[in-house]
Design a protein around this ligand. Sequence first.
Ligand code: NAD
Length: 493
Amino acid sequence: MTHEDWLRKAQALKIEGRLFIEGRYVDAQDGGSFDCTNPSTGAVLARIAQGEAKDVDAAVASALAAWNDRRWRGQAPRERMQVMNRWADLVEQHAEELALLETLDMGKPISDMLNIDLPEVLRTIRYFAECIDKVEGAVTHTAPGALHMILHEPLGVVGAITPWNYPMLMAVWKLAPILAAGNCVVLKPAEQAPLTCTRLAALFVEAGGPAGVFNLVNGLGPEAGRALALHPDVIKLSFTGSTRVGKLLMGYAGQSNMKRVALETGGKSPQIFMPDLYDLDAAVDRAVGGIFDNAGQVCNAGSRLLVHRDLQEAFTAKFIARTQALYQPGDPLDPATTLGPLASQPHQRKVLADIARGQAEGAQMVMGGTNVALPGTYVPPTLFVGHNRMAIAQEEIFGPVATLIPFDTEAEAIGLANDSVYGLAAAVWTRDLHQAHRMVGALEAGVVWVNCFGDGDMTQPFGGYKQSGNSRDKHVDSLLSYMQTKSAWFQVG
Ligand code: NAD
């Protein structure tokens, strides 16, 4: 489809902004709402129902009723698999609508929606659907006269709170294993980009998912999100978002019912470029993509480029040239666009302030800056040369801003990479296999890539060390994390 086709489709789009409880769309009980805006134009797209604590209560009560009468967990695994697969099929059938909604909502290029986010959403739902009847318990070796079984059981009502950078995908990384495990769920999507999640809930019911199993409450973090995190009937909370909010949620769990809290939080991922790396052009391309894809609004964005001093000059020149060739800002509805606006105006202000702070703290800005060429919430791809103790190298910017930090030795590179409160991901570029193994072992990160960046599939557990989180999305382990083990000990002789 052309740019004009997408613009035409956008005009005709019907947008749903209500809550979804007990299988149907409902308004917030107090009738409150907030604006949902298109970051590339500033236009108001829709009014979104502003759920509050009483709406969260209603959603949790609906999920708890569904849990108690076993309308989902009581179904045979095959039946639940069929519902999940039909859900994926419906998402696929609505791909254009969902892509359009998310592009309008948060500015992600439509090509990224169609080529990256949606295929990954489908893979995620289908992977966990497939896992449903593959999870097995155990019969352990015990003394004669005893039979001991270890059973995996779902947890109950799980709360999910998700961010705006990959709104649908981050939600599905939670929803798919939560539902596959047999739980009921209440989702609170990010208020900046709630439109696709709102559709996902209705599509689940259209696929045959029982009402009440998947409820959704739109609303603000400190109201609806906080109410969900404090709710005594929510047995586990699964969160993707900032480290600041992750810490609050642990507090809410302690103040309420000691619910389990699974956190996928921020990052400041280092990419280490050793002097013997195999192909500098390929490495630079991945460095550029690693920080400018999705306009840098990526938790594992490679925002710290640790470059051996011998490579620094060539690396920098190639990095600037490739950025200019590959990342020109444009209308995200144009299929040729690779760099959209940031997701909101407050976020644009924050990222521009971070760039100004980098200049103020003496980092050398070799590309980009604070001059925004287009209307809308754009930020130019920016590269600093600085050192690791600068705020721009320590704090998550969550925008198209990288800091290049030169080093001389492997030990220095490891020290710099690990000098961070975060530990989500890291990459090493080298042709020396022994060095690669050593460095993988030394890096404090949940994901380490060697001679690539951002690669993976559903078999890869994704999550962080240190203040990047305490859990893993994807992989069958994620499904097991939404279950609990029961030991059943029988006296049989
Ligand atoms: P955020 O923490 O501001 O918001 C995330 C969610 O938390 C939103 O739904 C928001 O409404 C809710 N929230 C805010 N305050 C709350 C409160 N007091 N109580 C309960 N809920 C509350 O994060 P964001 O700006 O939406 O997303 C960006 C962050 O997400 C970045 O730090 C990024 O690194 C992180 N992220 C991490 C991963 C990962 O897998 N580790 C993936 C994507 C994004």
